[in-house]
Design a protein around this ligand. Structure first.
Ligand SMILES: [Zn+2]
Length: 359
C-alpha cells in the first residue's frame, strides 16, 4: 500500500473509534432521593396504599384523585412528569427487574449511611453498620475527584440530612458539604440568601437533624450560580422521612416536588455556558423499602425487598435507551460511573470499587 492509502485507512479507523467511544463530559450532577421505592418510580402511586384501610393518608380519596390512573405508565408520569416525560425518553433508566435489569444494594443492611457510602465509595465497608455521625474512613469519588487536576475546589455537596458531612468526611476531604440545618453561605445575591436562611429556619424542625428539601434545592441553585462546580452532589431526603411517618400522601407529594427540583436544576445548568451540552446527570437512591401495606414504611436487613433500588443516567454522553433491558446493576457501580463519565478511572483510587455502568 502507498503511504497515502495507509494514512487514509488510519484516519478512517481513528474517526470510527472516536465515534464509538463516548467522549467524557466536563461536569456531573449526582442526585439521590432517600428511600424512593422502585415500586413508585416504575409504577406511580401504589393502589394498596391509597385505600383507607392502609391508614397511610390523611384523606385517601383525595390522594387517589390526584395521583391515580389506570396504567402504571400513566401513573408514573403523573407522579414524576420530568423523569418519565424527559429523562427516560432521552436517557437511561436501570432497576426494572421485570425487564432483566434489577438494581440492588450490596451492603446487606439497606439503610442510609451504608447505602450512601456504597454509592460514593463504590464498595462495601462492613464496619459501617449504623447511621452514627462518624467520619467515613473510606475515600469517596467526590474526595478523589477533588484531588484530580482540573477538579480542585470544584466539587460540592448539598444534603438535607445532617450526617452527610461525616459520610463525605468533609473534615479530611475539604469538600464543602452543606447539610441539615446549617445555614446556606454561598450566593451572588446576599439579600436572597438571607431570606432563604430566614424562611428555612422558621419552618418546623420536624425531623431533628433533617431539613426540608426546599432549602437543599435552593442552596444548590445559589451555589451553582456563584461557584459553578464541575461535580455537584445533591442529596434529597424527604421521601424517606414521610414514608417512616406513614404519610403516603406526603411521600408522593415530596417525590413529585423532587422531580421538579431536578428538572429546575437541570434547566439551570443547561442555561449556563459551562454546563450546556457538557453535563451528565446520575441519579439513584440509598435503599428500597418494604413491599407490603405493613412494611412499606421501613427498610433494612430484615425488610424483604428493601435491597432493590433504581438508577438513571441522562445528558451529554448518555445515548437514549429509555428503560434499559437485561442490564443488572448494583449500588456500588455509581461511584465509578460518575468518574467514568468524567473520563476518569475510579478503580485507580479504590481497586475494590465496582466497575462503572458504561452507558
Ligand atoms: Zn429511612
Amino acid at each position: 500500500m502507498r503511504i497515502a492509502t495507509i494514512l487514509l485507512v488510519a484516519l478512517v479507523w481513528l474517526s470510527a473509534s472516536l465515534t464509538t467511544t463516548a467522549a467524557p463530559v466536563e461536569n456531573v450532577l449526582l442526585v439521590s432521593w432517600d428511600g424512593l421505592r422502585w415500586q413508585e418510580l416504575f409504577g406511580g402511586a401504589d393502589a394498596r396504599l391509597l385505600t383507607p384501610e392502609a391508614k397511610a393518608n390523611e384523606n385517601a380519596a383525595e390522594v387517589k384523585e390526584e395521583f391515580w390512573a389506570d396504567s402504571p405508565e400513566a401513573r408514573r408520569e403523573i407522579l414524576l412528569p420530568w423523569f418519565w416525560g424527559t429523562l427516560a425518553k432521552e436517557g437511561q433508566v436501570y432497576g426494572h427487574a421485570e425487564s432483566g435489569s434489577p438494581s440492588v444494594v450490596t451492603n446487606g443492611l439497606n439503610f442510609s449511611y451504608p447505602g450512601y457510602s456504597e454509592i460514593l465509595t463504590g464498595s462495601v465497608d462492613p464496619k459501617i453498620d449504623s447511621n452514627a455521625k462518624k467520619n467515613n474512613v473510606n475515600v469517596t469519588v467526590l474526595e478523589w475527584l477533588n484531588q484530580q487536576p482540573g477538579f480542585e475546589g470544584s466539587v460540592a455537596a448539598f444534603a438535607s440530612w445532617d450526617v452527610f458531612p461525616y459520610i463525605i468526611n468533609a473534615e479530611r476531604s475539604g469538600i464543602p458539604v452543606n447539610a441539615g440545618w446549617m445555614p446556606l453561605t454561598v450566593s451572588n445575591d446576599p439579600e436572597h440568601l438571607r431570606f432563604l436562611n430566614q424562611i428555612s429556619d422558621e419552618t418546623p424542625h420536624y425531623w431533628g437533624g433533617i431539613r426540608f428539601d426546599f432549602t437543599t434545592f435552593h442552596g444548590a441553585v445559589e451555589y451553582v450560580k456563584a461557584r459553578k462546580p464541575r461535580l455537584l452532589y445533591v442529596a434529597f431526603g424527604e421521601t424517606d422521612d414521610w414514608a417512616h411517618d406513614k404519610r403516603y400522601d406526603m411521600y408522593l407529594a415530596s417525590a413529585r416536588r423532587t422531580d421538579d427540583y431536578v428538572r429546575r436544576l437541570w434547566e439551570l445548568l443547561q442555561s449556563m455556558p459551562q454546563y450546556a451540552g457538557k453535563t451528565a446527570l446520575v441519579m439513584t437512591t440509598d435503599h428500597g423499602r418494604g413491599d407490603t401495606i405493613d412494611d412499606w414504611t421501613g427498610h433494612g436487613a430484615k425488610v424483604v425487598g428493601s435491597e432493590r433500588i433504581w438508577m438513571a443516567l441522562y445528558g451529554a454522553g448518555i445515548p437514549a435507551k429509555g428503560l434499559v433491558k437485561n442490564a443488572p446493576t448494583t449500588q456500588a457501580q455509581v461511584a465509578a460511573t460518575v468518574a467514568h463519565l468524567l473520563g476518569k478511572d475510579f478503580l485507580q483510587a479504590n481497586p475494590e470499587a465496582a466497575a462503572p455502568v458504561k452507558p
